[in-house]
Design a protein around this ligand. Sequence first.
Ligand code: SF4
Length: 228
Amino acid sequence: MPSVNQDLAARKQKAQEVDRRLVKAFGLTVPGNDRDMTHELIHAVLSQNTHRRNYNLAYRRLTDEFPTADDIGKAPLAEIERAIRPGGLSKQKSRAIKEILNSLEAQRGDTSLEFLRRMPVPEARGFLTSLPGVGPKTASVVLMFADGRKVLPVDTHVLRTSRRLGLIDERTDAVKAEHELEELVPPAKRPRMHLNLVHLGREICHARGPRHEICPLNAVCDLYQSTR
Ligand code: SF4
């Protein structure tokens, strides 16, 4: 049986190979983004369990009507709900947005999250996850997209593909997976690893019916290799 250190070294090597193959196949990098931190958090809330086209529409409608986070904070709940309705789940998302902004107002006196840019990642994550309804994945997404932090958010696609590839154990949960994957992937490569694994999960490594035959990672995938 390999020692813990041997296992870690092997998984680091595998992560390097996975990254190399993903870059060659998809080559995704984090796009430029001029959203402030609070807008990024609102965008992340709108994206939960929703198709990209719909949540981008909801975000556009909301910010066309209420351009600043303070404007959204002051808007009646019903107005927020109406603005984001085309995105779906508008009742629960309008409540979630309002609760976050109310909590920021109560704690900090305004709705800005820009102070997080000066905080180390663990503290910034800690503050974000202390807000109502904000989990570790949403916190990392905000830090990665709005502030260029070198983190590796774990959503359902990243969790599923990482387990199947054998980067993490199949019983590892999303919170633990984020720490483990960040240990395997050097900081500079984490954002692109996130984007490329999400793309892999959406396009090829589906929850049901993964398309092993066309997958650029099949030669290094534990699940696929165990079935041959
Ligand atoms: S080989 Fe199959 S299981 Fe492995 S990553 Fe590719 S699609 Fe997913």
